[in-house]
Design a protein around this ligand. Structure first.
Ligand SMILES: CC(C)(COP(=O)(O)OP(=O)(O)OC[C@H]1O[C@@H](n2cnc3c(N)ncnc32)[C@H](O)[C@@H]1OP(=O)(O)O)[C@@H](O)C(=O)NCCC(=O)NCCS
Length: 409
């Protein structure tokens, strides 16, 4: 199937297997054919001409492959991104396009490749990793755990009509997404600084959405300053206005954008909008009839997942006044003992704690730091065990906080 030939049949004995990085045009004959088979409609080997247009959007990614006797049998990529974790913007490795040749599956290739790729990203300073799984249990083996998924809100534009008469400051500009792309990136950067969990993809990846040319962009401004943005498309008269992520800094940004949707009352029957997991549309307007939902299914509608790659890299994240010695176990990247102290409002991490009162898996610690698990959840999920007052100390160090995670665009 791949341009460099079929995989060797199972059971041919030891062959020289190596993991290496591929860059540039090499992707056309190594990683891309496997990825195209696994993730697209597939009925014939893709041609170079079909694959080449995607190359620029992968150029900043770290793509690694497993080759067995020269044949590419597995591939995976890491996308260097940024994410706000409790007030600090950290380098985070987005993992994508993990695939093994159909004849080489269940032989441990993806496991070896992921360990290698995550190790390299950690060495380059990436403190955590995030991804969208085809199935969570596969990535749970690698220390990842589920994060909250954004909700969709479906409502009729006429329900936002009261906003047409509301005394709101500011105005809306409306243009093709490609025209407002630079402003959109700047606004994402501002949200990255302020919202826990918010992630920003690199320029080379976002450029794919800009070049697709299939979105409008509405921008809310007050006194010239952007307070809200949303990209969207309309699927036809009387149909739906399908909006992507509602990005706002405050309630004025949201109200201005909802008012803009109200102006589409004669054009569409419904607006479908993606909002962060902690949004409550019942608080937006008095008589808004809406359906708020999230569908979780694999592989087509998974929740995001994340894991930490480094405990030392968490220094300086916002923390409560707890203090505890923890041991991370069963993990190639973080195993060891650490003393965690949040007394000054920012986390201090000292390796080599003498006294340990919490034993945590990578997923257990990740869940606490991302704010999605309470220590009792960690216990109940079998992701850690505690002694003495560790539950209270960890709860104080890492209070629950809903991360605002949107798909990278
Ligand atoms: C999913 C996929 C990448 C796994 O690759 P692989 O090389 O067969 O995986 P490995 O042999 O390295 O398996 C690693 C571990 O995951 C387990 N595993 C493999 N496939 C799994 C699955 N579908 N669900 C849950 N666990 C799975 C294995 O049993 C093994 O567990 P172990 O470490 O306890 O022994 C491969 O089946 C594939 O290419 N699928 C199609 C593309 C795809 O869905 N990619 C994922 C995109 S997010």
């Amino acid at each position: 199937m791949a341009a460099d030939g079929p995989a060797p049949p199972a059971g041919t004995g030891p062959t020289p297997v190596k993991i290496r990085e591929v860059t540039g045009d090499e992707r056309l004959t190594t990683s891309f054919p496997l990825q195209s088979y696994a993730f697209g409609p597939s009925s014939a080997p893709p041609t170079d001409e079909e694959l080449r247009p995607a190359l620029p959007y992968h150029e900043g990614n770290r793509t690694m492959v497993v080759q067995d006797a020269g044949v590419t049998v597995a591939a995976a990529s890491a996308i260097p991104m940024w994410q706000n974790l409790r007030g600090r913007v950290l380098d985070v490795a987005g993992v994508a396009w993990v695939v093994t040749h159909p004849l080489a599956r269940r032989r441990g290739h993806s496991r070896d490749l992921l360990h290698h790729l995550l190790g390299e990203m950690r060495q380059q300073g990436h403190v955590a990793s995030a991804l969208y799984p085809f199935r969570s249990s596969f990535y749970a083996r690698f220390g990842y755990l589920n994060l909250p998924k954004p909700r969709t809100v479906t409502f009729r534009p006429e329900d936002c009509a009261p906003l047409l008469k509301a005394d709101l400051p500011g105005d809306i500009t409306w243009r093709p997404f490609a025209d407002g792309y630079d402003d959109y990136r700047l606004f994402q950067r501002r949200l990255l600084d302020r919202r826990h969990g918010f992630a920003m993809p690199p320029e080379h990846q976002s450029a794919a959405a800009r070049d697709a040319g299939d979105r409008w962009l509405a921008t809310a401004r007050i006194d010239g300053e952007v307070v809200g943005m949303v990209t969207y498309r309309i699927d036809g008269q009387g149909g739906r206005l399908r909006a992507d992520d509602l990005l706002t800094v405050d309630a004025f940004g949201r109200a201005l954008l909802l008012r803009f949707f109200a102006l589409h009352v004669d054009q569409v029957s419904e607006v479908v909008l993606t909002v962060a997991a902690d949004e409550a549309p019942e608080l937006w307007l008095s008589d808004l009839t809406a359906r708020v939902e999230t569908v979780i299914s694999f592989p087509s509608a998974p929740p995001p997942m994340a894991r930490l790659l480094s405990v030392e890299g968490l220094r300086g994240v916002e923390a409560g006044p707890g203090r505890v010695g923890v041991e991370v176990v069963d993990d190639p990247f973080m195993a060891g003992r650490y003393r965690l102290d949040g007394a000054g409002g920012r986390l201090v991490v000292e390796p080599g704690a003498k006294r340990v009162s919490a034993v945590l898996t990578a997923a257990g610690l990740s869940g606490l730091v991302y704010g999605v698990l309470d220590p009792v959840d960690v216990l109940a999920r079998g992701l850690g065990t505690f002694a003495d007052d560790a539950v209270a100390q960890l709860r104080s160090l890492f209070p629950r906080a809903v991360p605002c995670v949107f798909p990278p665009r």
